[in-house]
Design a binder for this molecule. Sequence first.
Ligand SMILES: [Zn+2]
Length: 651
Amino acid sequence: MGLIPDNVIDEVLTRADIESVVSRYVLLKRQGSNLWGLCPFHSEKTPSFSVNPAKGIFKCFGCGKGGNAINFIMEIEHLNYPEAIRHLAGIYGVEVPETGYSGDSVQKEEKNRVKDILKEAAKFYYKSFNDPVIGKPARDYAARRGLSKQTLDNFGIGYSPINWTALYDLLNSKGYKDDELLKSGIFAVSSKTNKPYDLFRGRLMFPIFDSFGTIIAFGGRALGDEKPKYINSPDSIVYNKQNHLYAMNFARKEQSKQLIVVEGYMDAIAMHAAGFKNTVAALGTSFTDSQLKLCARYAEEVVFFFDADNAGQKAALRAVKMMMEYLNKLTGINIRIKIAKVPDGKDPDEFIRVNGADKFSEVVRNALYVEDYLLERAKNDNTDPVTGELDRGRYQQDICVYGSWMNDEIKMSRMAGASAPFLGATQQAVMSQMIRFRQIEDKKQSQVNSRTLDRERRENLDHRNVSEEFATAKDDSMPEEVVSEKPVFRKVIDTATKEEIDLFAYALSLGSALADKKHFDTKNVIRPDDFSGDTLRELVRIFLNIFDGRDETLYARMSDYFSRLTINGQPAEDIMFRAVEAADKSPDVRVKRDMYLALLFKVRESRIRLEEEMLMNKLVNAGPDEKEKINGRLRSLSDYKMSLRNKIGDL
Ligand SMILES: [Zn+2]
């Protein structure tokens, strides 16, 4: 999202007023200062969906969705952040530079050329497939696989003739240069002639589309037993296989709350043909977190089918682990994951051909939640197929590892409870072991993660215009910390006290008044380290960076960030919306200011109290030198606390 400059985002938010944006989708009626209508995101008979034109935001009190105009478009049009901005920019006539850095229009031009090449290639393969002579082997193969003419056309399936340069010669004659052709990923260079030649020959060709239906790559399947069975075009300037899912361009149109993920294109195509049009396929790699994100954009539940063979089963575990780790981070992604199993080790395609679509629906319905799947896996993997005996040692190992993937205690405890009887142990004992495994894993991850987190934060700061004064404002009477804890990785903490939330809400409500030096000493402007949890710290950091006196769009701009974070486990949007509304009710700026200052001092005081407690604990085991330091720190904290008390008294 760093690619669209902030001033453009602000311009979009200023011009695309929330009332007119929402009115395109929802019939709104004015009532008080807000507008009300029936929520487009959940079904309801009485309006609980409100629009606040003054703040530039919407909020549904039924389903909790809320945010600014960009968030609304993301939600209703299933677009990602930059796409939603471009969408609104198009309607409201804001010019969006293609990307933030120069030289990029050249790259865009290049990408378009490559996309044209791929389109030409698709036409060529399609024509070859339907050529009475050349395409016969491919058509015979398709007939054996039971692919109807309609399915073949729908997916644009073609054939690459057995010829080293047929496609190259064609595109060359149309004026495409060698270097352009090589960028498309469907040609290779001959070491003998140093000229490009066709990568795909004698294969059934599957165009790979992005979510919007543009061809970005190809997959080719051998017609017989030639190896490799599948060749995919490599990543290129228009294609990164980790970010795409085959058939998503069709599946997303189903508007189904569920997506089915299968392993190969043939499976996906067979599923579509059988009426399961909400199916997508990973593109020859293990499932990635960006693919999961893509799914979450369109669905609430993902049902996975992994191949029954060894490789497929290994891939299943890898994918589950990756997804659990990913979802355990503070991602704002809310999606249910289930694993389905086709009976008798068949693949979905085969199963549907033999048993029909109805029976397959049943298989989808019987998909297991992740924790149940893992329980079953641990059991099956460690049971002797002949004697039926359970290898308890290995079972215990697997169960504890799988349990440690859950960060949700309920899931963990369910897994512990279900496995305890087989281990001859108590649920509590199994659970503690799972937690121990998790801690070990967390420690291993610690360095990697803290580096990533740091980088993400730096990037977040880098692309915003840092308002120097506020970013570096330091309360001169707040003494520097002497005793510092070594940074260790921990989960992003989203806790916040009521006072911290209110304090931040008052800051948002005050807006530009905060920058007014007549009213506010710089040291009385909130700082990230006033807050105890990571989420509010991050939000305050962002607030200080984008805070520029333009109050009209301040809340709407912040709202972008709220929508991706949680506070005390609730969507930050919900929490902050209510708190800011309450703060807005203050009769005048003076009252608001006093409330703000009172909260600020209280919050700072309780931060000091926490540090004091920590230092007191340390004091018990400290050596003489360290004691000296700690006592010094305690004295300065105590002085600072006194000065805060006096300030509260002055209000
Ligand atoms: Zn709603």
